[in-house]
Write a protein that binds this ligand. Structure first.
Ligand code: SF4
Ligand code: SF4
Length: 435
């Protein structure tokens, strides 16, 4: 991003995809001992010259944890407070001042920070909670989807951005980690508008890379001590991995994390978007792992979520038929009445107007199947895992999604072999209307 004063230049934006990247992988078994957590963080940052290699004395450092909802740390929805505590201490040691913020999709930063245990740490460590209410326009002419984007003003105030993601599965995007964490720099409900306008996970992934290009995070420290498997990013199950993963190249950090959980990067839209944009390294062979061995962390039974099939994009069918097909192929949200506490966060966070989900309506009429775009924001914002993702009856009987995915893969191979891709590629019109 041009013109952000005082930011250290990071190599990542200009990194050639063929260059090797270093990712630090460290054992950290639990969060309960601050001294052990701090030692693990120090060890994780050693290959990069410690925190002092990223933060210079006097700099303001924006720390961006995953703060999607006011969720208890044990649920593994948000970055654990112990990791935040350690990072704040290291920033202070390096002579920096820590601001901590995120833009939760529903509600304000303070209540999300309080509910997830991060506010106590911020106050105890003398850091500042940064709310993301005010925004500024940031510009990068090389961006693919949005050359101009409104992001939090806190980005301009800070000299350095350090992202602190949580390793989780994601119902829409398959995986959420270092690169996707920057989506939270778009404040509050504006995120939902992008879901509505793009309605396609590949374009959404391109947008997330655009955000990274604008925000230029200098470092990622991934909380993979307890990750989330199953229907993430909020409704899944905590899964112990016992790892801290750090790196200057966020795509490489994500690539290592995907390898840990047995998720091929070709199935991760944001990794493929990074590859398209030549933003970092997504080939494990080009990554040097420092610290522990990757094989020590590989999971063979990690419950992944299959990203919904995107074959509809290229099928030459009338719009009404595509919409019907989409309803059959892509799971729909359904409220579980036994767990629902009727807080209406799902309704407030739905990007459709009027909302496609009404938790106070009678069962059976709570989700409008026709207007729901399957963005799963409701699923993400629900604080009590009361939204299940249900496959259609047709899909359950005929395995439509599996068949369509296999067809999609076959078609993809054919297209890449024949180099017909440009004929099928959807037009990536910039959101800001520029040509
Ligand atoms: S489904 Fe979840 S978010 Fe929606 S009202 Fe119920 S508890 Fe709240
Ligand atoms: S009901 Fe849920 S999945 Fe459907 S559009 Fe609204 S937020 Fe997205």
């Amino acid at each position: 991003m041009a013109g952000r004063p005082g930011r250290p230049a990071t190599a990542i934006a200009n990194r050639n995809i063929a260059m090797p990247a270093i990712v630090s992988l460290i054992h950290l078994n639990a969060y309960d001992d601050d001294t052990v957590v701090l030692a693990a963080l120090r060890q994780a940052l050693e290959p990069f010259g410690g925190m002092g290699g990223v933060v210079r004395p006097g700099q303001k450092v924006l720390l961006k944890p995953n703060l999607v909802a006011p969720s208890h740390p044990d649920l593994a929805v948000t970055t654990h407070p112990a990791i935040l505590r350690g990072v704040i201490r290291l920033v202070r040691e390096a002579g920096g001042t820590a601001l901590v913020g995120d833009g939760p999709g529903v509600g304000d930063t303070r209540s999300a920070a309080r509910g997830s245990g991060l506010l106590d740490v911020i106050e105890a460590e003398g850091a500042t909670l940064a709310d993301f209410d005010s925004t500024e326009v940031y510009e990068n002419q090389d961006n693919r989807i949005a050359r101009r984007l409104r992001l939090t003003s806190q980005l301009r105030q800070a000299d350095v951005l350090i992202t602190l993601p949580k390793l989780k599965t994601h119902a829409q995007m398959a995986y959420t980690g270092a690169l996707k964490n920057q989506f939270g720099l778009i404040p509050g409900s504006a995120k939902g508008q992008f879901h509505f306008r793009l309605q396609n996970r590949d374009r959404l992934a391109d947008l997330m890379i655009d955000i990274n290009r604008l925000a230029r995070p200098a470092l990622a420290i991934m909380d993979a001590v307890v990750a989330m498997e199953g229907p993430g990013p909020s409704g899944g199950t905590p899964r112990h991995l016992g790892a801290l993963v750090a790196g200057l190249d966020l795509a490489a950090v994500d690539t290592v994390c995907c390898a840990m959980i047995g998720l091929p990067v070709k199935d991760v839209p944001i990794a493929m978007a990074a590859q398209r944009a030549r933003y970092g390294v997504v080939d494990l062979a080009d990554i040097t792992i420092a610290g522990a061995r990757l094989d020590d962390f590989r999971q063979h039974d990690f419950e992944l979520v299959k990203a919904p099939c995107n074959i509809m994009r290229i099928l030459p069918l009338p719009g009404a038929m595509l919409r019907w097909l989409r309803r059959q192929l892509v799971p729909r949200p359904e409220i579980n009445g036994d767990r629902c506490i009727r807080c209406r966060r799902c309704e407030y966070g739905c990007p459709i107007q009027p909302p496609a989900i009404l938790p106070l309506a009678e069962p059976g009429r709570q989700v409008n199947e026709k207007t729901c775009i399957r963005c799963y924001c409701c699923h993400e914002f629900c604080p009590v895992k009361a939204i299940d993702l249900k496959r259609s009856r047709l899909d359950r009987v005929f395995q439509l999604n599996a068949i369509a995915n296999a067809g999609s893969r076959l078609l993809g191979k054919l297209v890449s072999r024949c180099d017909f891709r440009r004929w099928f590629r959807p037009r990536t019109k910039p959101l800001d209307g520029s040509k």
